[in-house]
Design a protein. Sequence first.
Length: 173
Amino acid sequence: MPDQNGLQTELDWGFPKRLQQGDDGAYRWTYDIKAQGNRAPMRTMVFICAAIFVPIALIMLFMTWQYGELQALLFCLGLLALGVGLPALIWALLPQNASYKMTGEYIEAWPKGRGNNIHRYEGVRRVTMEPRIDRIRLKWAVTGLDVYVPREDYAFVRDYIIERVPKEAEKIY
């Protein structure tokens, strides 16, 4: 989508806000995570950072206790504030929304990062439906993909994916 100067922005892939089928038969959509009020990715980041920073803070508390209780506690609390505040800062600065292209053979996700980010349905071992947070989680042997879908289109995308994953794949509703 062009910006105010008529130029295509780097983070805009031109995908519609709601599920739409293109001329090529592929379905495309963008999930505006902040507009949907979905904080699940932020909670995941906080949990991971807390799992890392809490043990480090406890170790530092014991190591700095000899310099005074107040200094040790302040250092420990500062370290925890940094560890938990970092995901909140990342969340606040997060500029892009997830976009998806879904065909009969694969789901392609944006932003891409490394690789082409194309995930084929074959080899899916588990499909977890989480409509409360607008997420369908696909799990392969080693990797996984979180597909975020607007609530209005969730049932269609869920059924479309279920029809294409291997029959033996575990389905958790």
